[in-house]
Write a protein that binds this ligand. Sequence first.
Ligand code: XLS
Ligand code: CA
Ligand code: CA
Length: 435
Amino acid sequence: MSYFPNVAKIQYEGTKTKNPFAFRHYNPEEVVAGKTMKEHLRFAVAYWHTMTQDGSDPFGNPTNQRTWFGATEMETARNRVEAFFEILEKLGAEYFCFHDVDIAPEGDSLEEFYQNLDEITDLIKEHMDRTGIKLLWNTANMFSHPRYVNGAASTNNADVFAYAAAQVKKGLDISKKLGGENYVFWGGREGYETLLNTDMGFEQDNIARLFKMAIAYGEKIGHKPQFLLEPKPKEPSKHQYDFDAATTLQFIQKYGLEGDFKLNLEANHATLAGHTFEHEIEVARINHALGSLDANQGDVLLGWDTDEFPTNVYDVTLAMYGVLENGGIAPGGINFDSKVRRSSFEMEDLFLAHIAGMDTFARGLKAAAKLKEDRFFDDLKEKRYASFHEGIGEKIISDQEDLESLTEYALGLKDIKVESSHIEYVKSCLNDYLV
Ligand code: XLS
Ligand code: CA
Ligand code: CA
């Protein structure tokens, strides 16, 4: 049975095509900068936005038309797996991501939840074995259930901490069963509402404690995914501890987690933190902590996490430049943590949206590769910092100078020439790469 009888396998047809169900830029086997596009991009589809998001918003009912609802929650869960793998196969996406609660109902007890997860992950595994599609990452949803109202690892309630630990343990068992390449922690409720009742140091120690338990359990079961922390400044918590890449790196370093943890960076979370996506990628990259990317975009006119499919070629080009500079993103990937707009409610919009995102990343990759080949940024920066590659500058960066010797040098300076950056010209030249 097919959930998308009118959609065939999506093929690359080039920019001349009028077929909406075709790639115009993403050509999986095309070689760009020494690797195929699919090796560079490692696209993943997110279970939550694709299979469980219903189109409701705080003011409106669900709009999404979906045909996978069954007579029971478990029947729906099984149908979703079938439909999901049809989407992955037809898109040619080689990876997927999910939260535990996306794939199976929680039932009335932890035991029942575990049983449901076992049954559904058996089914998922069958499809993975049949298709060769792989798990980029899974995670435990420790933010939706009312028990997590005051946080999961950062809760004030020890029973809640224990429950969160049980979810993480199962998450790692599932990761092992499905060969997950990464395992994500996103702390939506790990933050605070007011400092009046919050022991910030205590809460952060406990978060690190849970992470160390996860590392130890992974070692015990002989499964070592790349652990990833996903920064976000706010929403749903007023103030989340993993505010941005820099804050999260500081946490990783404080608790000595560098060997096991990297960052999963999301574009919309970057902008919520007042940064660009490329800024967050650069912060992670220069600290050897670029793990994986959640691809989406926010809306500059809205102040919340809209998780739109990425269509902004400019931003995506700069993000992909960071990925190329990093020498790639593996074992991470490009996960579409993106949802169709409420008005894109037909089943087939799920394809159109992913095609738009994949084509945008393909364009970004090609433009970034050309920028690298032309040494666009390399030459710009080399010229900009040229004074440090000769004379006194060279001595400064080889640590041959001190405050006294530099004072002596500065006293002898007559005229300091500071150059214009001509930044408008640079931006205009950059535009030439985007069309
Ligand atoms: C929410 C986050 C979430 C994580 C996984 O804003 O993006 O979906 O990626 O829990
Ligand atoms: Ca995300
Ligand atoms: Ca998000």
